[in-house]
Design a protein around this ligand. Structure first.
Ligand code: 13P
Ligand code: SF4
Length: 322
């Protein structure tokens, strides 16, 4: 067996990347592990995943896999969701520091307070929330199913958390209900400005514009299409336009190019709060970290059993309703 010693701060050569990828695949097979990755992951990580998807698809995979180990290349709430849906499996997170800043914008006691303040409402949370928050809510949604699922609820009043942008976008499509929105936001998406998108449109007047619903409502207003990462992929690769302006995290470009390299995909280039064009916590998963995690079976995601039990209900309800 090859022993690898890697300083992950160094730029890896193509040969090193390939060698690590082979090792990760070999270890995954040997240990009956499945590697799940979100579309915002680094290309070299996406390329060796058994499945790459949006939050809804990844939850479905996590619930249905027969692997013994799930190695989740994404942010912490995604790993927690996998553990909640497959509590008897070992779930490994290659970088336990990689959380989602938006998920951390609301906690369980704040949700309990919302319940007291709005006893007549259903409490609905975006999947980008901690397990403790999910344990307090009535229903979980993702960007791929939120309007469809919320429309099916009986309650007239919805308390939606934590993403105000997604909440406003849903509220517009479900006008028959009253929405109370928590003021959380996704820093990388919320920082894209309408001015920046307008400038891209001036430069590429023939391009279509696809936007993620975590973006500011003023950016959403400019869009030809709004949807989750998977929905954007389907739209951008098949729409009748040679150029598509894509307003989401730039990791999506990798899949877009693989699925349809004949189009040009234009992403915003402005720096965000972490001084990059990326979601820096998503990019906290590196190939050396993935290798070390699967090799040593470290960074196991653990949750109290009562949280698992209570948090599973709103996720399963979502999977049933969508
Ligand atoms: P989706 O892939 O479900 O659209 O989610 C985007 C996102 O920001 C995940 O953190
Ligand atoms: Fe969280 Fe936004 Fe990063 Fe997704 S892109 S993990 S919502 S900060």
């Amino acid at each position: 067996m090859v022993e690898l010693s890697i300083n992950e701060e160094e730029q890896l050569s193509v040969q090193e990347i390939e060698r690590l990828q082979r090792e990760v695949k070999r270890l995954a097979e040997e240990k009956n592990a499945v590697i799940l990755a979100h579309y915002y992951q680094r290309p070299e990580v996406q390329d060796i995943a058994d499945f790459v998807g949006d939050s809804l698809e990844l939850s479905r995979k996590a619930a249905s896999t027969d692997a013994d180990i799930i190695v989740f290349c994404g942010v912490r709430f995604m790993c927690e969701t996998a553990k909640i849906l497959s509590p008897h499996k070992k779930v490994l997170h290659p970088n336990p520091e990689s959380g989602c800043p938006m998920a951390d914008m609301i906690n369980a006691s704040q949700v309990r307070k919302l319940r007291e303040e709005h006893p007549d409402a259903e409490l609905v949370a975006y999947i980008n929330t901690t397990a403790e928050v999910k344990a307090e809510i009535d229903l979980c949604v993702t960007s791929a199913n939120a309007p469809k699922v919320i429309k099916k609820l009986k309650a007239k009043k919805i308390v939606f958390m934590p993403d105000q942008a997604l909440g406003q976008w849903v509220a517009r499509q479900v006008p028959e209900k009253e929405f109370v929105l928590w003021k959380g936001f996704c820093p990388p998406h919320f920082e894209f400005t309408a001015r920046e998108v307008e400038k891209l449109k001036e430069r590429y007047p023939e391009a279509k514009v696809a936007v993620h619903p975590e973006c500011h409502p003023k950016v959403i207003d400019i869009a030809d299409f709004v949807g989750s990462t998977s929905q954007i992929i389907r739209y951008a690769t098949s729409v009748e336009a040679d150029k598509v302006i894509v307003i989401t995290e730039v990791g999506l470009k990798h899949t877009l190019m693989k699925k349809n390299p004949n189009k040009e995909y234009i992403f915003p280039e402005s720096m965000n709060y972490c001084g990059t064009v990326y979601c820096c916590t998503m990019k906290g998963i590196t190939l050396p970290k993935l290798y070390k995690t699967i090799k040593e079976e470290i960074n196991e995601v653990e949750l109290p059993s009562d949280i698992i039990e209570r948090a599973r209900r709103p996720i399963e309800r979502m999977l049933e309703l969508s």
